[in-house]
Design a protein around this ligand. Structure first.
Ligand code: NAI
Length: 335
């Protein structure tokens, strides 16, 4: 039986994998994969990793040296892997699609909570404070949502926005003109999306080109009071610039499921720690910022889909002779 080292394991991961796994010996580790923990995979032929695991040159070399042949990412994004370096050393696969609805619905939950200040009213009424002062929001109907990235999640988010009677303007280097015509949204350049939208929601992968796509310049273009939603990757937003725009009251609020320095905090209980990241502390302290801990994907349907596809990726790899030079259905190695 092939052994798999499973890093950054949480109870809900183990439950979803154990429910359907009858063919691999999975060794679960709470630790994240990094230079120190790579050796845990000794004796394993594959490693299962997640969004905040480190797969840099040193880790890739360590894994290869101890006989690991494949990395199966149990997520869609792969910005944390040095893919060029991994080519020819390890097979790397991912889960390109599990539930775009899970992430899109969470993005809209952040919009609704921020706009209608549900987080504040929840706390108030628990203390029998039934005042409505400072809880005024705005109608979504008739407003404009700006969507950056119109792949699977972006499309699901557009459907939700259209259902609310919103106009949608989108930016994507590869626009889906057919979907735009069918669903009644339009494409524009980035500047148009930033300047015309009441809500800007990010649904693109993190690449070298779009790091800090929300930064000093784009924030200056945005409508006063606009809401920013990020359920994609933290480094798409320059957090210090966002903080300045929030403090200057230029931006109306931010719903963040990801944060550029999330690896040290997200997914963990840090409630007894002194948080040394001042930017994160200031963001958390703001009344118009809602932070969730990379939770957007977390539905039972998505967890099931992730486990099925990840085990399927391993099945394909091992049934094809564990050939690291081959392309598999969900390979992400660059040639
Ligand atoms: P997808 O691959 O279906 O779509 C991504 C779209 O972004 C594509 O249409 C692509 O052309 C576009 N794109 C690429 N570079 C761009 C740029 N610079 N500006 C604008 N658009 C650009 O991916 P999917 O499934 O929709 O996922 C999107 C992202 O959501 C993932 O890359 C991942 O970072 C994030 N994600 C977050 C989760 C969470 O729990 N918070 C869970 C799953 C995904």
């Amino acid at each position: 039986m092939e052994e798999i080292a499973f890093y950054d394991a949480k109870p809900y991961d183990m439950e979803s994998f154990d429910k359907i796994n009858d063919r691999y010996k999975i060794n679960y580790y709470e630790d994240k994969l990094n230079r120190r923990t790579a050796k845990f995979a000794e004796g394993c032929s594959a490693v299962c990793a997640f969004v905040n695991d480190t797969l840099d040159r040193d880790v890739i070399d360590s894994l290869k040296d101890i006989g690991v042949k494949a990395v199966v990412m149990r997520c869609a994004g792969y910005n944390n892997i040095d893919l060029r370096y991994a080519a020819g050393k390890l097979a790397v696969m991912r889960v390109p699609c599990y539930s775009p609805y899970a992430v899109a619905e969470h993005a809209m939950a952040l919009v609704l909570m921020l706009n209608r200040k549900i987080h504040k009213s929840y706390l108030r009424t628990r203390d029998f404070n039934f005042s409505l002062v400072n809880l005024t929001g705005f109608d979504l109907h008739g407003k404009t949502a700006g969507v950056i990235g119109t792949g699977k999640i972006g499309q699901a988010f557009i459907d939700i926005c259209r259902g609310f009677g919103m106009h949608v303007i989108a930016y994507d280097p590869y626009p889906d003109k057919k979907a735009a015509a069918e669903k009644g949204y339009c494409y524009g350049d980035k500047e148009e999306v930033f300047s015309e939208s009441d809500i800007v929601s990010l649904h693109c992968p993190l690449t070298r080109e779009n790091r800090y796509i929300i930064g000093h310049e784009s924030l200056k273009l945005m409508k006063k009071g606009a809401l920013i939603i990020n359920t994609s990757r933290g480094k798409l937003i320059d957090s210090d610039e966002l903080l300045k725009a929030l403090r200057d009251r230029r931006i109306g609020g931010a719903g963040l499921d990801v944060y550029e320095e999330e690896a040290d905090f997200f997914f963990e209980d840090c409630s007894s720690d002194i948080i040394t990241d001042d930017t994160l502390s200031l963001l958390v302290s703001m009344p118009n910022v809602i932070i969730t801990s990379h939770q957007a994907y977390l539905t039972s349907e998505a967890l099931k889909g992730i486990a099925e596809t990840t085990l399927g990726n391993l099945d394909e790899f091992f049934s094809e002779g564990a050939d690291i030079t081959r392309a598999y259905t969900n390979s992400i190695i660059l040639s």
